[in-house]
Design a protein around this ligand. Structure first.
Ligand SMILES: [Zn+2]
Length: 380
């Protein structure tokens, strides 16, 4: 099994220049190869797709034509070709769209490089990472310790905010956690992010409200500077003031995303550590598209991220995750099963007319979800 570890890096000017150059050169190779394949397909549509071996054998030829290609990490160049050939394979299987040309105007740039001997490794205190052609780069891993022997590959990225990160792919074993013998149902909401059947509520931070004013301020400036640059006939790529404000906006968005991701990681870790059986409601993408309310659409984005992270954590730590249909879970009484009909969203507490239990709306729903999940477990 593989695990990706995010890691901030702080290259110096010289290293940043090499990174930028590698972005450019790997993109060049990608576009050259893609262009060639497109032409080949246009000329004879019956021809079979070239394999990675054939494609990579063309690299030396290209390097002779464009000697500057030798200035950057050669593994990164190979990886670019490899990714292209894999993308084509996926396309023919119907998993993805036809590969596109890459542009230098994309705000997120990246390149991949795989391990060859000891070319990628961390120093003893994990403050520096050795990367091909770059040497030792200052870094800050998001986890305590990465074992050098486990490193498989590294992707160097530049975020839209201009910051550099790498994600390190490492092999990981199944790290089954001790069994607790407990099960839990989880109801996902807007004002509280997650509510467990035990009555614990994980609050959701109103990040878009918190950063609303800042974001609005910089978005306004960005729009004004774009117009100004256009009026002066400057290409947006060279418009320094516009780029500055664009990076400000990107930084705020990144801040929001990172905080949200961090919260979700905390909640999911908490859950897999404390419960063996976790039951959540099925999330439907159609529900997400129907909702035009901002808070709700943001919440549903987080729910999907929550589900993705919880799924892989359950797999790694040997826990059971079930998804159940949330139909009528907010209507039934979790104690006696009486259906008291639809309730307005404003009603947070209600008393069951049959068994007179006083319910918190969300906790009751979470308990219902748990019960459905446990019933399913018995059937299987
Ligand atoms: Zn009842």
């Amino acid at each position: 099994m593989y695990k990706g570890i995010e890691c901030k890096i702080y290259p110096n000017q010289q290293q940043a220049d090499i990174i930028q150059m590698t972005f450019g050169h790997t993109r060049f190779i990608w576009n050259q190869m893609l262009g060639m394949l497109n032409e080949r397909y246009q000329n004879n549509k019956a021809l079979k797709m070239l394999s990675y071996c054939t494609l990579s054998s063309l690299i030396p030829q290209l390097k002779r034509e464009h000697t500057w290609l030798k200035d950057v990490d050669s593994v990164a160049i190979q990886c670019s070709v490899k990714t292209l050939s894999e993308t084509f394979e996926r396309f023919f299987k119907g998993f993805c769209r036809y590969p596109k040309f890459k542009s230098r105007k994309q705000h997120q740039q990246s390149y991949l490089s795989t391990i060859r001997g000891q070319n990628i490794r961390l120093n003893y205190n994990q403050r520096y990472i050795k990367l091909p052609k770059l040497g030792w780069v200052k870094c800050k891993p998001s986890v305590q310790h990465i074992e050098n022997e486990r490193i498989q590959s590294v992707t160097v990225k530049q975020r839209p905010s201009g910051k550099y990160t790498i994600s390190v792919l490492v092999t990981s074993e199944n790290q089954a956690l001790t069994k607790t013998g407990k099960s839990v149902g989880i109801d996902l909401g807007v004002s509280d992010f997650a509510i467990t059947s035990d009555g614990h509520k994980y609050p959701s931070q109103k990040l878009h409200l918190k950063y609303q004013r800042q974001l609005h301020y910089w978005e306004k400036r960005m729009a004004r500077r774009r117009l100004k640059a256009k009026a002066a006939g400057i290409d947006l790529k060279d418009a320094k003031n516009y780029q500055k404000s664009r990076q400000h906006v990107a930084r705020i968005h990144e801040k929001i995303t990172n905080t949200r991701k961090n919260d979700i990681h905390k909640i999911t870790t908490d859950l897999v550590e404390n419960y063996d059986d976790i039951v959540i409601e099925d999330l439907k993408t159609s529900n997400m598209l129907k909702n035009h309310k901002l808070a709700r659409s943001i919440a549903s984005q987080s729910w999907h991220l929550f589900k993705t992270i919880l799924t892989y954590k359950c797999r790694i730590y040997g826990k059971q995750l079930r998804c159940v249909n949330p139909y009528k879970t907010s209507q039934y009484c979790s104690n006696c099963g009486y259906d008291s009909g639809k309730k307005a969203l404003a009603i947070r507490h209600w008393t069951c007319p049959s068994c007179h239990t006083n319910h918190d709306r969300d906790i009751n729903a979470a308990q219902n979800i748990r019960n459905i999940g446990l019933e399913q477990a018995l059937v299987k």
